[in-house]
Design a protein around this ligand. Sequence first.
Ligand code: SF4
Length: 330
Amino acid sequence: MAPLLEIKGLKTHFATDDGMVQAVDGVDITLQKGETLCVVGESGCGKTVTAMSILKLIAMPPGRIVAGQIMFEGRDLVPLTSRELDDVRAKDIGFIFQEPMTSLNPVLTVGEQIAESLRRHEGLSHKHALARTVEMLKLVQIPNAAARVHDYPHQFSGGMRQRVMIAMALACKPKLVIADEPTTALDVTIQAQILDLLQDMKDRFGMAVMLITHAMGVVAETAQRVVVMYAGKVVEEADVESLFDSPRHPYTQGLIRSIPRIDLDAAHKTRLEAIGGSVPILINPAPGCRFAPRCRFAFGRCAEQEPVLREVAPGHRMACHLGDTQGGTP
Ligand code: SF4
């Protein structure tokens, strides 16, 4: 089956006064129809830039896609103009942002904003678009939706605004929804409600979801497949069970060791550990493995040769020299 989305060799760089930041540097990601894929990593690993590159939502300049293809239903989105991409945005690919207040227009009612997308992409009349908008607000569990459709974004709480954002992203029933840290700005109890809502909407509409997160707990709850990014590159990719049961890359192992595991019995529980150090600045990165300065297993070859993604089990890939007999074991 042809994938819904296939990102191939994507490089998105940013020009700064100090040099070119290689924020995304040769990323390959594939997403099947109806699948939930989590892209996980610390802040600064390139996951948001990857997601925003799909619809060219990064500021250009200083950002620029310097290489790669973003194939959506077999069509490369990279060469499209902003006007051509407008037809893809909302209609085929919906986007849920981390902080809805920055993406909702504060001077328009939420109803006007959602209805506008329905009028534009589905050619609905004002009356029908407004009726569909009320339906969507009900679906995302906004109480008293028929009245609240006339309210402005600032009249909603943070959690309710994120529900409105989900309604807006899904109004045209896109085939793919990209959610960039959709719960980060919310209280813990509201976070769980929003993730449940997203799952409910996915089941109802059958769309694929690309969820960007730094939280392994969210990954465990929601993902079918997981891509782990570090310093602008994919370092591991697997289905969610394999990733948590047998993480191969030292960075993934570190991420998993840093979260509490209530699924393990007492004999298998270990102390929580943080990964020492921080993500490198991606201007002229050093040769070799970008994780080497933080890696407890680093050996000679790691500082010289960049590891490439290779299959270590069916459907499980990682980029690390450990166990790679091709270039000599440590
Ligand atoms: Fe660690 Fe070397 Fe593997 Fe990089 S390639 S993660 S430094 S062992």
